[in-house]
Design a protein around this ligand. Structure first.
Ligand code: BGC
Length: 430
């Protein structure tokens, strides 16, 4: 059964800033995914060439992946149209300190360089923007966290389509601009310790950024980035939407073992994206009970993910090519119990597959978050599912009175982040 999602432009204009909802806003910016079921539905191209690939020693990437461990996305901050535009920012030192205290080893920092760089050559990034990113990197450094910094919501390219297809006429311009922005990033951040900072080329290529354009981008930016960053671990997300089927289409830089594949995991979408791709119906939310069949589907996805990666990127090191799950999560829709069960099982599965992970996200991301900034409340059940001791958040953040929403009130609407129930951005039709 094919689902068609209604146009989301109007709802996004209304709830812009609250949701991670999809397609374009009034400015033509990508504000979140109108995801397809990224794992299973994408047609798989054969990768017969993979059989001829010489095995690579990915031990450098694998060692870094081990260090990444469990992490947290600082979503809707620098990936928003401005740091405070979508409600999650500004990033504060005390927030970073708390994330470190909760046990997160890594932060994924999504950055909308598109907004900060000129549209004309040489596509200069505003110096004050770079300065602010450096200041925030300092917060993570001070707290002994690593940072995986990316290019996120590069809307000018992602939305550049003609009749639903990538705008080939602009491809050279779009690729050149990405090259130039990465040239600047790689110069500006070259002195950061390789052990501290990783670069992720591009978040969720899709729409205007076809699989071919994305692979071209990878090949073109690689020497540009490596010129000043010979020892840095480079991370590559998959086409489309970061789904794992995209591993079969990915063309990585040749013979470089200091890389990590980033896959995003949100299956089943009908559970994870309520209030985003589909309506959040608080009276009848989609649940996840942790049945044998539900668990088996997830386990199979992760087994396939590993198998696809091993087949396409043969390795000489025992761990194989490393995989991080750069995003996973559930948007709350009166189903905290389901959310917790799903997260707990996905974490267990990622851990058993030796994959590092970064939860989407800390705060104000339309319901995926475990901290509601507006009400200063925490989703205890979500924290616990992530393996975090909830007593650590008590009294955060002074001086306001932090309260903790109890997991026992899981299915009550009072524990729902209002932003998620407001984020009813589309409905589906047969
Ligand atoms: C997007 C967010 C979205 C999240 C979950 C991220 O990649 O940047 O806007 O909410 O995925 O769909």
């Amino acid at each position: 059964m094919k689902q068609k999602f209604l146009s989301q432009i109007l709802p996004c204009m209304v709830i812009f800033g609250l949701c991670g909802c999809s397609s374009s806003d009034s400015d033509g910016n990508i504000v979140g995914p109108d995801r397809k079921s990224s794992a299973a539905e994408e047609p798989i191209e054969s990768s017969s060439s993979a059989k001829e690939v010489t095995p690579v020693d990915y031990s450098k990437g694998a060692a870094m992946n081990k260090k990444l461990g469990n992490g947290i996305n600082f979503g809707n901050t620098f990936d928003a149209t401005c740091e405070t535009c979508w409600g999650a920012g500004p990033v504060k030192p005390e927030q970073v300190a708390l994330m470190a205290k909760l046990g997160f080893k890594t932060a994924r920092l999504p950055v909308r360089w598109d907004e900060a760089a000129s549209k004309e050559a040489p596509y200069t990034i505003k110096p004050e923007y770079i300065a602010r990113i450096k200041e925030v990197l300092g917060y993570f450094k001070d707290n002994n966290m690593r940072v995986m910094m990316n290019m996120h919501h590069h809307a000018s390219f992602l939305n550049d389509m003609v009749n639903g297809m990538p705008n080939e006429a602009n491809a050279e311009y779009n690729l050149t601009r990405v090259d130039s922005i990465w040239a600047q990033i790689s110069r500006e951040f070259k002195d950061y310790d390789n052990d501290f900072l990783l670069f992720e080329l591009f978040n969720e290529p899709v729409n205007g950024v076809s699989s071919d354009l994305y692979n071209t981008m990878i090949q073109r930016t690689y020497p540009i980035i490596r010129k000043h960053n010979p020892g840095r671990t480079l991370v590559y997300n998959t086409y489309p939407w970061g789904g794992y089927a995209g591993i079969k289409k990915l063309v990585l830089p040749e013979n470089d073992g200091n890389v990590i594949i980033d896959v995003h995991y949100y299956e089943p979408q009908l559970l994870t994206h309520q209030g985003h791709n589909t309506k959040c119906d608080v009276n009848n939310p989609v649940k996840w009970l942790g049945s044998r069949a539900e668990k088996s589907k997830i386990s199979t996805d992760f087994d396939n993910m590993r198998a696809y990666a091993d087949a396409r990127f043969p390795a000489t090191n025992p761990e194989g090519i490393p995989i991080t799950i750069g995003e996973f999560g559930v948007s709350t829709c009166n189903n905290l119990d389901s959310k917790a069960k799903w997260i707990e099982f996905v974490v267990e599965t990622m851990d058993s597959h030796d994959m590092s992970w970064q939860y989407w996200a800390f705060t104000s991301v339309g319901g995926f978050e475990f901290y509601n900034k507006k009400s200063n409340t925490w989703e205890v059940s979500t924290l616990e599912a992530l393996g975090i001791d909830p007593s650590l958040v008590e009294g955060q953040f002074p001086p306001s009175s932090a309260s903790i929403s109890s997991s026992s009130s899981t299915e009550s609407s009072s524990s729902i982040d209002t932003s998620s129930s407001e984020a009813t951005s589309s409905s589906s039709e047969e």
